[in-house]
Design a protein around this ligand. Structure first.
Ligand SMILES: [Zn+2]
Length: 465
């Protein structure tokens, strides 16, 4: 006999079809502001294809992200859809530039097309850890203001893994940038190599059959993406470029509209933008997308690490690299990221259940020695960037730091144990990471720490259960 409660868990809410049409509606807008002021300007509503996400988990139970998007029924006030996210604006507003000037960023939100008028609302997380609404607008999805023109097919789709219907699988879409028509075979090999690495990493490996993997190839006029520091400018399909926020290895695109129109031809829950590049780089923003340069020695690491950011909101656990952010986490505030803590109250540590009895909190580790080695490396690395060194030189440096830090970490008393190790999220002091090492901390391991692994697993379940 099947228990009634279990049976319920497998029945979709009767009201999905009553509430939604089954298609995807995209809301395009501009997020505009400075370090201290922000505005949202409506840019349009666009019908895409079939809704590829879960039809059961419409209100994200995972409380992650700097922002949250909500869709509310006008008549009842019920929240029909909600998800946390981060954005380029959210990163940019913490840079020095945002203290000097205004900027506008294209953003968008995708959700199942409602049948009746709804409010769209945007919330931002405050220092109290709670979300506070900063923008809301009523829309009528049945109105003539919704763009229902057919999607323009651009490029072709290579299917690497097909495991089932989009509604119950994680649909991973790799979009190529900087691959010419003649480089299609190279793209297929790069995308296969990197997604195979991802799906061989836990917890993805034990859920590999929950993933569909597709690649979109829009042939580029020339090979590669822009590299402003070398004066190398390319016309590419997605407009990916190095040196975002003047950080040499940070790869982003600011053209959300172009990207979404291209992606709308393929069902997707998560995007990875793959740059046909020999130069080291990448990026990852929660519930936006990850980027990765395909042709570098550490590209498998970059691909998995950046996907950790974009898929599950994982924070960087490292703290000494050159990044543009200032005051990333305010003092006395508990970060929302699942893998970083301010350890304000060790008895309430968010991963307390994974800490074995007898592990001290904070957990001691040889930070002084590690920092000495790492700082020497950062100095060499900066000099190499300034001297426009070759990728071979940079990769030799990366191998060198690996050789130096691996034995240090292996000799740690609490290696492999979950605790709270000081130094995380760009801060050497006051923020703590769950294990001494993790793919979010160094390039040494090929696995996530247990806390990151659990966060990723929870995200997978959001799409498949
Ligand atoms: Zn971790």
């Amino acid at each position: 006999m099947i228990h009634a409660a279990l049976l319920l868990a497998f029945v979709p809410p009767a009201d999905f079809d009553a509430t939604f049409t089954g298609r995807t509606l995209r809301f395009d807008y501009h997020h505009v502001g400075t370090a201290t002021e922000q505005h949202v300007a409506y840019a349009g509503l666009r019908i895409e294809g079939e809704w590829p996400g879960s039809r059961k988990q419409l209100v994200d139970p995972v409380d992650l992200g700097k922002y949250r998007f909500r869709v509310l029924d006008v008549a009842s006030g019920d929240v029909l859809f909600a998800r946390g996210f981060c954005s380029i604006f959210g990163e940019w507003e913490t840079t020095g530039e945002a203290k000097q000037s205004w900027r506008a960023f294209e953003e968008s939100q995708r959700f199942p097309e409602p049948r009746r008028p709804v409010f769209l609302a945007l919330d931002e997380r405050g220092d109290d850890g709670a979300f506070h609404e900063f923008w809301r607008q009523e829309i009528d999805p049945t109105s003539r203001f919704v763009d229902r023109s057919p999607l323009v097919k651009n490029g072709d789709v290579i299917t690497l893994r097909e495991n089932g219907p989009a509604a119950t699988k994680v649909d991973l879409l790799v979009i190529a940038d900087g691959y010419t028509a003649a480089q299609r075979g190279e793209l297929e090999a790069d995308a296969k190599r990197l997604t195979d690495t991802l799906l061989a990493t836990q917890p993805f490996a034990r859920h590999a059959s929950d993933f569909n993997v597709r690649v979109l190839h829009m042939p580029a006029p020339s090979s590669g993406i822009s590299n402003p520091r070398k004066g190398d400018w390319k016309t590419s399909q997605l407009g990916l470029s190095f040196n975002a926020f003047d950080s040499d290895r940070y790869v982003l695109t600011f053209s959300d509209r172009v990207l979404r129109e291209a992606a709308a031809n393929v069902p997707y829950d998560a995007l990875i933008l793959l740059a046909n590049e020999r130069k080291y780089g990448g990026g990852g923003i929660y519930n936006l997308w990850a980027t990765c340069a395909a042709d570098t020695e550490p590209s498998p690491y970059v691909f998995v690490h950046e996907f950790g950011h974009s898929f599950a909101g994982l924070a960087d656990e490292y703290y000494s690299s050159q990044v543009a952010y200032e005051d990333f986490v305010a003092p006395g505030v508990e970060p929302w990221e699942p893998n970083v803590t301010a350890l304000l109250d060790p008895s309430k540590l968010k991963w307390r259940d994974l800490v074995i009895a007898g592990t001290p909190l904070p957990t001691p580790w040889g930070q002084a020695k590690y920092d000495e080695v790492d700082l020497a490396y950062q100095k060499k690395r900066k000099a190499a960037i300034d001297a426009k060194a070759t990728e071979e030189t940079n990769e030799a440096l990366m191998r060198e730091i690996k050789t130096q830090t691996q034995p240090l970490i292996a000799a740690e008393k609490f290696v492999g144990k979950v605790g709270a190790f000081e130094g995380a999220a760009y801060q050497a002091k006051g923020l703590y990471r769950p294990e001494v090492d993790c793919i979010m901390f160094t390039r040494n391991p090929t696995s996530f720490c247990r806390v990151c692994e659990r966060a990723l697993e929870r995200t997978i379940a959001r799409f498949t259960e």
